[in-house]
Ligand binder design. Structure first.
Ligand SMILES: Cc1cc2nc3c(=O)[nH]c(=O)nc-3n(C[C@H](O)[C@H](O)[C@H](O)COP(=O)(O)OP(=O)(O)OC[C@H]3O[C@@H](n4cnc5c(N)ncnc54)[C@H](O)[C@@H]3O)c2cc1C
Length: 416
């Protein structure tokens, strides 16, 4: 089954141009889960997650086409990703603790629970509509938001399985897998994010919003009948107290050194924004099948998607900066990066600051190696991210109140 999820900038721009005329009816169509490819939603999440297309571009195009209020729901949804990212930037232990729990559970859970988790993940729970959702995820790497909510709730509250392992399954399979949106949405469904308010799946909600095909087979649906699903107990393992937002420069000051541009999956649009005038002598990105499999057990289609988006970013960057762009598939990306830095006699490696997640986790080790080789690492964050992340300290609605005020200014429609 084709996911209809664009994984190149060119594909993302075309998909966005096709969806922009639909934005005016997004609010009334977005909750309906039809048949793939799900017409009421954009399917731009993988492109936005990897920044083949930026939120700033989407927001400014939207505001040039629509009045703020006519596109309010769409703009709000687009801003959720940055809100979740900003929230996690200030609470990195939520990510670290989730990864630790995934490991602990996978070695300590009884074999029968692991077997059940595998059956549910592979679409053999016995509840036909939930199994259809699992099969769609596993074959396309994409799910509609409402289907994600239903299935996550089924996993946690109907099956009584640990949310951490469900989130891990999504992280391995989704083409848009995003450390912040995924972890925090699963926590929200579990009742950890908005404490004491879990999301409970109900058959009547599927009857209202799911297409007929999803409910054609009613086997097992009594398990999600209205009132049948009760909140499962969940335990908080993470430190959720807010820390400071890590500081990064939002502009690059030229130093006259030999600079290499490091591309990674958190932002693949260096030709737009604070790095666009950089004068690198070399460009490289690293996409390691072995480390994706070893550390995260990613599925094949997710790994292929990561190779595709990085290849696309590198090709565009090579063209824009007019220098060779290398895509490394080294088993260890840090080793690959060090070899590249040495081969190009770099004095400085410049990159977008990775957000909390796998790339950020690599930075301390990379930094140590670079310092030992006398190479400076400079990480730059887009000013619009710094602004949005700074507003994400508490709940979404205070964030949105401040963000919407900003979006109503002329600067937002100019993309500034
Ligand atoms: C349990 C669960 C896990 C999720 N895991 C991920 C994930 O790993 N990666 C991911 O990108 N999204 C995740 N989401 C959020 C959301 O489901 C997807 O972003 C959305 O379904 C993507 O489809 P779309 O691009 O067609 O969305 P559209 O409805 O077209 O929305 C446009 C854009 O707005 C943003 N957006 C919309 N809804 C949300 C949301 N609830 N949270 C954050 N951003 C949103 C996305 O960037 C999306 O591309 C998860 C949601 C749940 C409930």
């Amino acid at each position: 089954m084709d996911s209809h999820v664009p994984l190149t900038r060119c594909g993302a721009l075309a998909a966005w141009a096709a969806f922009l005329p639909e934005v005016g009816v997004y609010a009334c169509r977005r909750s309906y889960v039809g048949q793939p490819p799900h017409g009421g939603v954009s399917r731009l999440s993988a492109a936005l997650r990897h920044r083949l297309l930026t939120e700033d571009e989407v927001i400014s195009d939207t505001l040039r086409t629509y009045d703020f209020h006519a596109a309010g729901k769409w703009l709000q949804e687009v801003c959720w990703r940055r809100y979740w990212k900003g929230w996690l930037e200030m609470r990195p232990d939520v990510w670290t603790s989730w990864r630790r729990r995934v490991h602990e559970l996978s070695v300590t859970l009884p074999a029968d629970v692991m077997r059940r988790a595998w059956a549910v993940a592979s679409g053999a729970s016995g509840v036909a509509c939930m199994d259809a959702i699992a099969r769609e995820l596993n074959s396309t790497g994409y799910l509609h938001n409402h289907a994600r909510m239903w299935w996550a709730s089924f996993w946690i509250h109907a099956e009584g399985l640990p949310w951490e392992l469900g989130a891990d399954w999504f992280f391995r399979q989704l083409l848009d897998a995003d450390p912040a949106s995924n972890t925090l949405s699963w926590r929200w469904v579990a009742g950890l994010q908005t404490v004491g308010k879990p999301y409970l799946v109900r058959l009547c909600n599927l009857e209202k919003y799911a297409g007929a095909a999803l409910l054609a087979d009613r086997r097992g649906s009594g398990r999600i009948a209205d009132g049948a699903v009760q909140a499962a107990p969940v335990e908080e393992f993470a430190v959720t107290a807010r820390g400071p937002l890590p500081g990064f420069a939002t502009a690059f000051t030229p130093t006259g050194r030999r600079i290499g541009l490091w591309l990674h999956a958190d932002d693949l649009l260096p030709e737009r924004g604070p790095l666009e005038n950089l004068k690198p002598v070399a460009i490289a990105g690293f996409s390691s099948t072995r480390s994706y499999q070893h550390f995260y057990k990613l599925g094949v289609q997710r790994i292929n998607a990561l190779h595709t988006v990085l290849g696309d970013g590198a090709a565009r960057a090579g063209q824009h900066f007019q220098v060779p762009a290398h895509v490394g598939h080294d088993d260890d990306p840090v080793t690959g990066l060090m070899l590249w830095a040495g081969a190009n006699s770099l004095d400085e490696v410049v990159a977008f600051a990775p957000t909390v997640g796998p790339v950020r986790d690599m930075v301390p080790r990379l930094q140590r190696h670079l310092v030992a080789a006398n190479v400076r690492l400079t990480l730059i964050r887009r000013a619009s991210d710094t602004h949005a992340f700074g507003l994400s300290s508490a709940g979404f609605f205070p964030f949105w109140k401040k963000m919407s005020r900003h979006l109503e200014t002329p600067a937002a429609s100019s993309g500034a």
